[in-house]
Write a protein of this length. Structure first.
Length: 283
């Protein structure tokens, strides 16, 4: 399936319709709808109607590991369990995958990043998400696709993530104004970054030395990603040799900044999966 006139890594509703109409068995679709505070929202929404042929991936049950004392609210999933889930949907390394949600792509971005982190090459986000699909007249199905045998092998890519120890070292460097090859990028809204309010985690504030780049700025009111020049300008302050390490509350919405960096051709960016919820667990 070819992408036309769209920002990488996005596909349009027309592209997706063509793939579905052609019964393209090389394309897999994943519904990633989710809502904080309502663990049943995603699956219930999926059961009420989804893009035909889409499998459901739950942000917490499928794309995260169980919460422990440290590691944050959405730790990276256990490799074996994720691999088994993806294989049950028929995934192979030759597939093209399209992910979507109904929350301005925030949760689809987590799936996009995670699948690429695990070694899959062709992963795309449906621009505008489920709302765009409905607005375009896209059909809706309530049936869950039958399980299919897959053989995708999860192979996490080296150099894509950092942990508490690594972030602590970088934070110290940034506070001491020493030359660091890394930047810390916080994707949360300004009020949470400044510590003015914290509705989720037990401690308010941000990692010392971090820059605030809220993920909500990346899409327009309809949920479509902003133009290429916006993303290029957004990251113009990052020197070519610098590596942006992205975090948020729990390693989910930070993936939106990773999408934006990818659009701007800054593909050396990293994720701190534990994010603020992991960091503040040590305070």
């Amino acid at each position: 399936m070819e992408k036309q006139h769209l920002l990488a890594p996005c596909v349009s509703t027309d592209d997706l319709k063509q793939a579905i109409d052609a019964r393209d068995n090389k394309t897999l679709i994943f519904d990633c709808r989710f809502a904080l505070g309502d663990p049943n929202y995603g699956l219930l929404s999926y059961e009420q109607g989804h893009i035909p042929g889409a499998y459901f991936l739950d942000i917490e049950a499928d794309l995260s590991a169980p919460v422990e004392g440290h590691g944050g609210r959405h730790p990276l999933p256990r490799i074996g369990e994720l691999q088994e889930r993806l294989r049950s949907c028929g995934l192979t390394r030759f597939h093209t995958v399209i992910v979507y949600d109904d929350q301005f792509s925030a949760y689809a971005a987590r799936a996009w990043w995670l699948l690429r982190f695990m070694g899959l090459e062709n992963v795309y986000i449906l621009d505008g998400g489920y709302k765009a699909w409905l607005d375009s007249g896209g059909s809706v199905d309530k049936r869950e696709p039958a399980p299919k045998p897959g053989n995708f092998l999860c192979r996490p890519r080296a150099g894509w993530i950092s942990d508490y120890e690594g972030i602590s070292h970088i934070s110290q460097q940034l506070q001491n104004n020493s030359n660091s090859e890394h930047l810390l990028i916080d994707a949360r809204e300004e009020k949470r970054f400044q510590g003015i309010e914290e509705p989720i985690d037990p401690v308010a504030g941000h990692i010392p030395g971090a820059n605030n780049m809220p993920w909500q700025d990346l899409v327009d009111e309809q949920g479509f990603f902003k133009p290429l020049n916006y993303h290029q300008n957004r990251w113009a302050f990052v020197e070519p040799q610098q590596v942006p390490i992205n975090y948020c509350g729990s390693g989910v919405t930070a993936c939106m900044n990773l999408v934006s960096l990818y659009i701007a051709d800054r593909q050396n960016a990293m994720l701190y999966p534990g994010s603020w919820s992991d960091w503040c667990s040590y305070l």
